[in-house]
Ligand binder design. Structure first.
Ligand SMILES: Cc1ncc(COP(=O)(O)O)c(C=O)c1O
Length: 458
């Protein structure tokens, strides 16, 4: 007899929820307690927002706001759109999303891939501005017949989804032992819904909201004031707000903590490298926020951090070294840094093409160097290497009285003074013994394989 029970999902929507709770093992070693991550990129749309997207659709259907063949309209930074698009595909609705030009291009393309129409609107305009992504979504919902504006900010089906699924899952997975919930806050749906359920079960559970500098939520929580002076553009994605959405119930939240763009991004990269969890920006900010609050934790606490989405949506951003460097988020050693460790008076040793080979040999001996650039009118035209000279002089000892131009090798590549060491390493090879760069005063400096090795070990 066959004892196996078939386990088949009727469609992708049935795979939403029941995500794993995974221990953070390394980054939180200095904390006195266990830290667990509710890793919601395991949802089919790769984010926690699948839960609330489906719920908003189900509630709208029940309330008669969404009828067969209708159109779902939403302003979304991507994740909610993905969830709505999946629901739309299975349930037969068209989707139109408005988003901002701050969002990763990947997020927009992903939404298009699942059949949605996406309208990109400017970021730095007031919500009331007719060009804002809020206004455009609202206008479309008035113009398009049989359409439904999901409005994740004020639609309470958002927090209801987390009250009904995220909260109970965390309670059961921790066997009721959770003491702290840490969660980034945007629409407020995740934190409020999850907290409402958990506080009903145990009012002593602490709920810590993580916000970003540039959002007004933290000041609002602390003072009740909507202070637009708090608002400024920020780079973090998915959380923080410039208004207070109706999904918030601040009475279930115990603390708001702000995190910088840089710290959130850096921590996301650490989570990927050190824990093997390839998460989005807000997961980094979430764990960073917890680390900022670590002195409030004691032995025996059990902390649950919510990691909202997957890192694949940020490959062109926080997981791109160049992007990180341009924003000053990644401290890397550059050509300039290595040169700045040399004595101020140290000048580039160079030679002219009509000098003698013997002079090059003397310079190599005197300064203990293996590579000499050949300059003409302060521009590199070639080079001399100890290796190259050795080969040539061995077969022709008289070469010492010849001119440098007769033994000229390839000129060294000239690169930017701020080139990161990692890139320079790729340039130096058997054939190219060194690289050159000009400082602001127009003087050339040289870096050899030895300089790079020395800088990596000091
Ligand atoms: C990546 C990411 N992190 C955090 C949040 C914040 O969650 P909530 O809107 O439920 O407050 C969102 C919401 O869009 C998100 O997409």
């Amino acid at each position: 007899m066959n004892h196996f029970k078939m386990n088949i999902k009727n469609n992708i929507l049935e795979t939403i929820g029941n995500t794993p709770l995974i221990k953070i093992n390394r980054i939180t070693q200095s904390l006195p307690c266990q830290v667990l991550a509710k890793v919601d990129y395991f949802n089919p749309g790769n984010s926690i927002k699948d839960r609330m997207a489906l719920k908003m659709v189900e509630v709208a259907e029940k309330e008669g706001k969404l009828k067969p063949g209708g159109t779902i309209i939403e302003c979304t930074s991507g994740n909610t759109g993905m969830g709505l698009a999946l629901a739309g595909i299975i349930k037969g609705y068209k989707c139109i999303f408005t988003t901002t030009d701050k969002q990763s291009k990947e997020k927009v393309d992903i939404l298009k891939a699942v059949g949605a129409e996406v309208i990109v609107c400017p970021t730095n305009v007031e919500p009331e501005d007719p060009k804002s992504y809020y206004s455009v979504a609202k206008r479309l919902s008035q113009e398009i017949p049989n359409s439904f504006l999901a409005n994740q900010y004020d639609n309470l089906a958002n927090r209801l989804a987390h009250y009904e699924s995220t909260g109970p899952e965390i309670w059961e997975q921790t066997d009721g032992k959770i003491t702290h919930l840490v969660c980034t806050a945007g629409t407020g749906g995740t934190i409020t819904g999850t907290a409402m359920y958990l506080k009903e079960k145990n009012p002593n559970i602490k709920i810590w909201a993580i916000d970003v500098f540039g959002s007004l939520l933290t000041k609002y929580f602390k003072t009740g004031e909507i202070d637009m002076k708090e608002v400024h553009p920020y780079i973090s994605e998915g959380f923080g707000e410039d208004f207070v959405p109706q999904n918030y119930d601040m009475s279930v939240i115990d603390h708001f903590e702000q995190v910088t763009d840089k710290d959130g991004a850096t921590m996301a990269r650490r989570i990927a490298k050190e824990e093997g969890l390839f998460c989005g920006y807000s997961a980094g900010s979430c764990l960073q926020g917890l680390m900022q609050l670590k002195d409030s934790l004691t032995k025996g606490d059990m902390v649950v951090c919510i990691f909202h989405d997957h890192g694949s949506r940020y490959v062109g951003k926080i997981y791109n070294d160049q992007w990180m460097m341009e924003r000053g988020f990644l401290e890397v050693k550059t050509f300039r840094d290595i040169v700045s460790t040399r004595p101020a008076k140290q000048k580039l040793i160079s030679i002219q093409k009509d000098q003698l080979v013997s002079e090059a040999v003397d310079l190599m001996r005197k300064y203990e160097i293996e590579h000499i650039p050949v300059l003409e009118a302060n521009a590199p035209i070639g080079s001399i290497s100890e290796n190259g000279l050795f080969q040539k002089m061995f077969s022709n000892p008289d070469l010492r009285n010849s001119k440098i131009e007769s033994v000229l090798e390839k000129a060294y590549p000239v690169i930017d003074f701020n080139t990161p060491v990692e890139k320079i390493t790729n340039l130096i090879s058997r054939e190219t013994g060194a690289v050159l760069a000009k400082d602001e005063s127009g003087s050339y400096h040289i870096l050899t394989k030895y300089d790079i090795l020395h800088s990596l070990t000091h």
